[in-house]
Design a protein around this ligand. Sequence first.
Ligand SMILES: [Mn+2]
Length: 321
Amino acid sequence: MVLPNSDLIFNKIDECDTITIFGHVRPDGDAYGSAMGLKLAIDMFYPGKKTFAVVDDTWGVPTRLPKATKPNSLPIETIKDSLAITVDTPTVARLGDPRAINAKYLIKIDHHPLVEHFGDAEFVDDSKCANALIIADILYSRFPVISPDAAECLLLGILTDSGNLRFTTEADAFNKAGRLISNGANIKEIYDTIYASSLSNLRLKNKMLSQLKTKGKVAYCIFDLPWLKSLGQKADDIAPHVNLIGFTSECPLWAFFAQYPDGSYRAEFRCNGDYDVSAIAALLGGGGHRQASGATLANRQEVLKAIDLLAVAKPSPEDQD
Ligand SMILES: [Mn+2]
């Protein structure tokens, strides 16, 4: 854990007129919510600053919330003249807009295992189930209350990274969620967005389940490009729904492999109990958390190799530090 005094962040915000905040490629609710939550909080407490949350759109964000800035759309001069803060991103290669590293001062805030140092200051705590929890800690160290929209963005991050608080036992996650709700975060609006469904959605899930295969204690689906095309779907739309095949009593590990038009596959790995898919993802050039990781695999041979690695995985209790 690397957690400097959060005064450093506020001192840097005081010094800089422009603050740019960057998330990771293919953002999830935590990357998006952390970036937008921090931006909206800065807007409230530092009126007059120019702030940009630079992160792509993602699934599960209530449409009422303010929108982020698209990666690679800010002029490089704006980034160079800014304080940049990266959120939920363990490596430079994972940044949605790698130009962040050109900023005059760079602060990294993350909750992934520390695999690469970058930036001038790092706030990294991999014991947190969501990056948004670290942002909330930093903000609440100085301000007792944040704006409803900032609170809702951070709550979105906590809920999406923890499976709606189902995959965490951290009291802090529940306490922070409560505090954000008391600051005006609309949890119903988030749930209505996350759980929105339709008949066509149910039919798609039915088709996805029809691809289910198992190997030992691994459940998996391979979605090849022709299959995706026949349903008008893209790899990045399908892959995040990997938990559709999760949490069975027979298969504590599960994975989705969805093919991109260039032939490569987006792989999503999940597990339950004492397994660790991050180690397998790392062997395949990816990364992530013990129970949720991902990688991009070059071809079908790599997909089969991934399935073999998952099939021989042994449970290993988490190290206590
Ligand atoms: Mn995260």
